[in-house]
Write a new protein. Sequence first.
Length: 156
Amino acid sequence: MPDLARQQAELDSFDIVEGLVIQGGVGVEVLNGISLHGGLVASWPHAAITSEIVMQSLVSHWCRFGLPHYAQFDNDPVFHGPHIHPDTLGRVTRLCLSLHVTPVFAPPRETGFQAGIESYNGRWQAKVWNRFRFDSRTDLRTPVSETIPRRPAAVW
């Protein structure tokens, strides 16, 4: 992708963080995204990440920040479609193509292609998941800035 290498195109990478559990045994999965050149990040926590949630999240993100030229995913069936129907395109892939965003899939067990998003996954877990306490998925969806007590306004 020469245009990407010349920084004339943008690539958004997406991945799912699985196996997170809130106190009381409530399971959480988080869809994370990061843009290669712009450094835009996004995270969407849910009980389980489905293709419908991925599509809603991508459309919301791209309406706010604009469409990238490329969207990169790993080989999770949520992104490329189920294996039970060979030679078909999954819903997320079809969404990307309908918006003229080229879907790119990282080769299995090739960590270099996913380095940016995997690094963000690690930072998200260290800076958000391990740093704050969440009692519910709703708490997790509340922006961290709203959970930090605000200082009182200065009195002049």
